[in-house]
Design a protein around this ligand. Structure first.
Ligand code: FES
Ligand SMILES: [Fe+2]
Length: 337
């Protein structure tokens, strides 16, 4: 990992995860607390009290504020101190850093970079996952002790499905492996996205197409789903990462189904299968890879290249270019100031 892209919306949590108690998480090496005020507004603050640096997330929610569990200072959703048990006038200037937040369709997004840029940047439009008015979303959240870039590498290279997911998606057979081996693969960049495409036969609907967009979003579209029969129609999955540290990440994923069109029990089946595949197979492997790679970036690793690696390397290079542009802009800002 070579650094974080700052001025982007990242997923902090699913809405259902922030219901009652405040949630403590670490993003970009910084502990944060995510909480919902009694009025229902979601806030993301640094999880460090400015008095004696206690963590706020074990504290209570009182009205629109979170109470520090150590000496009772209270902080509002904007991070300002709104109450002190020891003074009639709360030290409002004493504030905790707060992050811009947007909650929409069960996604809680937060803005990691310059807050002034947040208002002019819409949150990612991921509505394509809902293909019908009755689509339901299965929302998954896992933690992994691996750089999120390894997660992106994994998603941009579909052929591992036939091997790593032999016992889950491939249901103990070599069929999926053969499908990818016999398929046509290509990768390309378009509109700031990197695409990884497999065409399995002459049939136009027989494909898997994945794209990455900065900073850490992958959308996987399957024309037909060969892995989970009976599923003849198009299927879209979302995968989103938020870095915890340079070597660990929150891994959010969405699978969609339609109870009016899919067989009974399909939603439960897909939830169980994907969780097994992601956690026991993908995440376990990515954690081993992280241990083996240590601090080396894939682009500098001298790794063996295969024909299936095009999109992974394109995305890595695109990410590195965005990082360089971010550094250039930061330098310009300082030098021109
Ligand atoms: S550490 Fe938070 S009020 Fe003292
Ligand atoms: Fe996988």
């Amino acid at each position: 990992m070579t650094g974080y892209l700052r001025n982007y919306w990242y997923l902090a949590a699913w809405s259902h995860e922030v219901a009652g108690e405040p949630v403590g998480r670490t993003f970009f090496d910084q502990p944060v607390v995510i909480f919902r005020t009694e009025a229902g507004e979601v806030a993301v603050l640094d999880d460090v009290c400015p008095h004696r640096f206690a963590a706020l997330h074990p504290g209570r929610i009182l009205g629109d504020a979170i109470e520090c569990p150590y000496h009772g200072l209270r902080f509002g959703a904007d991070g300002a101190c709104v109450h002190s048990p020891f003074s009639d006038k709360p030290p409002r200037a004493q504030r905790v850093r707060s992050y811009p937040v947007v909650e929409t369709d069960g996604f809680i997004w937060f803005w990691y970079g310059d807050p002034e840029l947040a208002a002019g940047t819409p949150v990612p439009d991921l509505s394509e996952v809902r293909q019908t008015p009755t689509t339901e979303l299965i929302r998954i959240h896992n933690h992994m002790n691996a750089d999120f870039m390894l997660g992106l590498d994994n998603l941009l290279e579909g052929s591992h499905v036939g091997f790593l997911h032999r016992d889950s998606f491939s249901q103990g057979t070599d069929e999926l492996a053969q499908l990818f081996i016999n398929g046509d693969y290509n990768s390309y960049e378009e509109g700031g996205r990197v695409y990884s495409c497999w065409q399995f036969s002459e049939t136009p609907s027989d494909y898997v197409k994945t794209y990455w967009q900065a900073p850490a979003i992958c959308v996987i579209e399957k024309g037909q789903d060969h892995s989970i029969p009976p599923k003849p129609r198009r299927m879209i999955g979302l995968h989103l990462f938020t870095p915890e540290t340079e070597k660990s990440a929150h891994y959010f994923a969405v699978e969609a189904f339609d109870p009016e069109q899919d067989p009974p029990g399909y939603g439960e089946m897909i939830a169980e299968l994907t969780q097994k595949a992601f956690l026991e197979e993908d995440v376990a492997t990515l954690e081993q890879i992280q241990r083996n790679m240590g601090d080396v970036d894939l682009l500098d690793s001298g790794a063996l290249l295969l024909s299936i690696d095009g999109a992974t390397y394109r995305a890595r290079r695109a990410y590195r270019k965005l990082l360089a542009e971010q550094e250039e802009a930061r330098l310009k800002e300082v030098v021109d100031a």
